[in-house]
Design a protein around this ligand. Structure first.
Ligand SMILES: *Cc1c(COP(=O)(O)O)cnc(C)c1O
Length: 352
């Protein structure tokens, strides 16, 4: 608190990101980073672009990157918006599309940045409870509202809606914006990008941080029909004209064009996820069915806080949310097979 602060700053409850601690030989499974590196072509593109041209501003509209994303998803470049991480894309989305007289709806257990943006932009919101199995039920959103946002797969549960369920949600809300945050979609869920042509109220948000291993470069994007993208551009150009630097633009373009690397890495993550799910179940965990690069699981007898602390002592870091309904759960990122074996070995030690 300081007398120099504006009123809004004192009242903010900022998002708390997963830790990036300095612990020797840490097995870091707490922030859903991808254990495999970015496409070698992306690294090469960065090296080639790192020269005296950095004195020049980057392309403010990142046209070549947007064209590459458009080609990959079968849309046009003017239906693609890019930003400094999908967190920035989401922030602009909240300001541009989700503030209305009627409340914004999102799940009670979901990405904890949503309430933070609501507070920052003074957006009225209501949460909709997940069902007893931590699933989102589209019918529960049948209430008077101004907009809807939900992650698919949801975080931190990992559970996904089918494309039919997303369509059901869109059909029930044709006159309000519906935003699907697909940060984890590449690990096994169905993307709603194919529905963009049929629904003028749908915005799909994705990121390069998870399935494309570029969390350190900060790049995310949204796909939607022109009026929605136009709204995002208006906010962006009232905020920062150059959110993506020169190196990011070439790296992300090379990454999205390297389909083989993408397929290989996500297949490895999915294989390890299935292995880890079986191993956790054998240790007495209840594991939610995950379509993401993490699993959300609860032990039959030992609490989440205790397991989190025991793992930390053994230099294995996972995420624990001390919140209603989920305090007994751990969210464990899918690392390499070796990292997940270390996690299971540490859990065995704690549980015996
Ligand atoms: C990780 C994550 C994001 C943000 O990703 P960026 O790194 O900012 O691109 C957005 N939504 C959800 C649900 C996430 O888990």
């Amino acid at each position: 608190m300081s007398k120099f602060w504006s009123d809004i700053v004192a009242d903010l409850h900022p998002y708390v990101a997963g830790e990036q601690p300095r612990i020797a030989n840490l097995t870091k499974l707490n922030t859903n980073e991808n254990p495999y590196g970015p496409s070698p072509k992306a690294l090469e593109a960065i090296k080639t672009a790192a020269d005296e041209r950095l004195r020049l501003y980057p392309d403010p509209v990142a046209l070549e990157l947007r064209e590459a994303i458009a080609a990959r998803y079968g849309v046009t470049a003017d239906e693609v918006f890019v930003g400094n991480g999908s967190d920035e894309v989401l922030a602009h989305t909240f300001a541009a599309l989700l503030k209305h007289e009627k409340p914004l709806l999102y799940p009670d257990i979901s990405y904890s940045f949503y309430p933070v943006y609501c507070q920052l932009y003074d957006i009225a919101a209501e949460t909709v409870p997940l069902d007893a199995d931590f699933a989102i039920r589209p019918a529960d959103y049948d209430r008077d509202c101004g907009a809807i946002i939900l992650p698919n797969p949801n975080a931190p549960t990992g559970r996904a809606l089918t494309l039919d369920e997303i369509r059901e949600l869109l059909n029930a809300h044709r006159d309000i914006p519906v935003v699907i945050d697909e940060a984890y979609v590449d690990f096994g869920a169905e993307s709603a990008v194919t529905l963009v042509k049929d629904y003028d109220n749908l915005l799909v948000v994705q990121t390069f941080s998870k399935s494309r291993s570029l969390a350190g470069m900060r790049v995310g994007f949204a796909i939607g029909q022109r009026p929605l993208i136009d709204a995002l551009e208006r906010v962006k150009d009232s905020f920062n004209s150059y959110p993506l630097d020169r190196l990011v633009q070439v790296a992300a373009k090379a990454s999205i064009e390297d389909e083989a690397w993408f397929e290989e890495c996500r297949a490895k993550v999915i294989t390890t996820r299935d292995w880890l799910t079986d191993a956790l179940e054998a240790l007495g965990f209840d594991v939610l069915p995950s379509k993401a690069n993490f699993v959300f699981a609860k032990h039959e007898t030992v609490g989440g806080g205790e397991l989190y602390a025991g793992l930390r002592e053994r230099a294995v870091l996972v995420r624990h949310f001390n919140k209603p309904r989920i305090a007994d759960y751990l969210r464990m990122t899918i690392g390499t097979q070796g990292e997940c074996e270390k996690l299971v070995a540490a859990l065995k030690e704690i549980l015996t």
